[in-house]
Unconditional design. Sequence first.
Lengths: 292, 252, 375
Amino acid sequence: MNRERITRWLVSGPPFVFMVVFFVLPALIMVVASFRFPGEHGGLAPMFENGTWQFTLETYQFFFSDFIYTEIFLKSFLIAGLTTVICIAMAYPVALLITRVPKRFRDVMILLVVLPFASNFLIRVYAWMIILGPQSAFSIAINSVVTAFGFEPVTLLFSPFAVIVGMVYVHLPFMVLPLYTNLEKHDPILLDAAQDLGANAWKRFWKVTWPLSLPGVYAGSALVFIPVLGMFAVPDILGGTGDILIGNLIKEQFLGTRDWPFGSMLSIMLTLAVLAIAALAMRFSRKSLSYA
Amino acid sequence: MWFAALLVYLFLYLPLTVVVIYSFNDSRLNAEWVGFTWRWYEVLFQDEEMIQAAVNSILIAVGASFIATLLGTMAGIAIHRYKLKALPFLVITPVAMPEILLGVSLLLFFIQVLHLTLGLLSVLVAHITFCVGFVAIVVRARLAGMDESIFEAARDLGATPWQTFRLVTLPLILPAVIAGALMSFTLSIDDFVITFFTAGVGVSTLPLQIYSMIKIAVTPEVNAVSTLLMLVTLGMILLAARFDKTVLRGQE
Amino acid sequence: MKTSFTTEAQRHRGFMKKLFSVSLCLCGGFLFFLFTNTAYARDELHLYNWNNYISDDTVARFEQSCRCKLVQDYYSDNEEMLAKLAAGASGYDLIVPTGNAVESLIKSKQLRPINKQLLPNLRNIDPAYLNTAFDPGNRYSVPYAYTITLIGYNAQKMRELDLPTDTWAVIFEPKYLKKLKGRVTVLDSQRELMAAALKYLGYSANDTDEAHWRRARDLIIRAKPYWAAFNASSYIKELTIGNIWLAHGYSNDMFQAQLDAKNAGRPFTIAYATPKEGAVLALDSMVLHQTGPRPDLAHRFINFMLEGKNSAELTNLIGSGNPNRDAMHHIDLAIAANKAVFPTPEIQTRLEMLKDLDRNQRRVLSRIWTEIKVR
């Protein structure tokens, strides 16, 4: 029994200690940093100076003193939500198709979804930079259609549209995979039964397949929504004059304006937002997490 | 549905095809097709910074995947066997967080607490932190699908915990361990956001190098390095999939 | 069940041994690399420099003359460099920051004073670029090169549309911008864009009055719908391709765009000019970092770069402004005659170098910047 306990410590100890030191501790440091003053030339001001502890709520006041930061949070949520919805719409036919093809093709088709994922995400974003550029064949085609209908030509690159396309493209595999894992488990007998009862294809989908696939949808949504929230590179590269998300704001505090406390504080806000969403998702998809 | 799915596949592949094709384009500008050339690959192989960045990437990926696999396997076993409450939370949260948060908090930690000069080591530690979770998930999933009685049988036959592990557990979870290692390798070599925050000057990795090239001066050299990097990561994923099919689905 | 796992175990045992030895080798190799990578004992000078800010020929000649190796790291933005140094980057002998960043480095005591006795070539520098506000008496810094933040444009298009090219108005006034909708980029830099707006409004680029900042903000927000993007440096390419017709950017980038367009045989030319309201002059200076192990080599390098020929090589390569009088004999005539690179004394009086901001000003400006981005 004693040996059992030693083993237990030996096995769980190292990863536990490592994660406490390099994950929990840094998170705590970040919380502390959000209450400190920024240094005159960047970094943080000393914590203890002139005989007093230098802590302040100023940064939090600064955040809430102007609606603008909340606005950026809301906008980021909107973009993340939109990306998630588009990902669901695009991933669903693919995932469904994979479950309907003969078994031996399935792995290949899954692989085909994962393959683009094998390239660095910056490369995937960069690809759209080429495609959406005003001189690309794609842009010219779109604009010839648009002008034919009498509208002004549109610029595709450096726009919210480009940001969404980039976000969807980068995160699509995260939606297809859990969705497929879920759909694969459905019993085809259910659909047959529905058909026997006279349900048409549309009805069979909405009444049988869709409700059953919800755990997969939730899991996929969490995998898309959360990373999109913190993303800064996509708006950086594809975005236009107004495309700034939380990620960009945080990055700028560290690498642009040398305001670490504010950057830390924004990170904490983002963490809280993510935790709230994760808690919601957990509630909805207990089932999907248990076999994920 | 066939048609919709086909469109999605097209959507997935068109951009990458463009990247690959343009890596052979004989023009600095990347706007229209001019002619075929190997020039950008030649430029790439003479680009010392790029090669150094590649070396750094590989070093970090090897180191991070090795240590993360060790810790992740332990964590996976511990979570499965001892039904701990805190450990799964600790290990899996970094996987679920937006990367920027981990990057920022580690940056603060390294500088404020450890007074560590950012460099290879800080990137290594950061990569391990987010890879552990992935390995733990894969290993735990493998264990969860197994018959508990094997381990009990081994114990009943008088095997020490170490013997049980070496002779029973490890052989059984080995595919998952290897898959986890390869996955960590891929994640590490591919990571941009966390590296961006934790890399010191002088330590560039391939993704950092690509980012600065995209942001600063885009030449088809970016396309060339992208094409090569795609081939490498592709190889790793295929290799991982040979050991454990769930890798392809097991990203969650 | 039992049989299945024993066979599996047997199958895996040989493989496990192999795997173990392979991973051991990998790990050993990794550690070996980590150590050999750090434990060099050669004469090396570590330079933290802007991207593409020294000619390869110059580097080769310097390495030959000092029998040492010049190791470079790069940044593309002062803030990035400051952030990295604040993050504890060390081991740099030399850095080439812009004036306001020099000021910040001096005040945070990160620099080592220079020894002018080791720099006889310092006399080559035009006194106009010495004794600056950011480093009175040049205790810490030696001028390297400068750029002017100005406007670059597609000459044909601007002529076709009958637009002025000598004023910030073309960037900020809707009456001109109407013709350029979606064809303009401005710098993605708080200080630079605000400076341009402040200059256009008739204030100093270093004005820190919040009311003036807000006026500049309103000017920018009014013009923003016509701009394609805030952009760090890809405007070089966009101008060259012809996607963008007008860009707010650095003179050496415009030089590059002009050259690229010419080499690519584009049907138009890229030109650039300093707006008459005045602009920001960014003087980049060589400074010694406290943590640098080789101040001796650093001084040799500075003196080497102060030689006219070596300094001129940079200007010929990237079209940067040159504070070195001796360099003028070696500079290509076309560049030497370019008013946007070497401003006339009259324009020179309207150029300003940026000063560093304190923490409260930085926070206020950051909020104004966020408003600009969001609104």
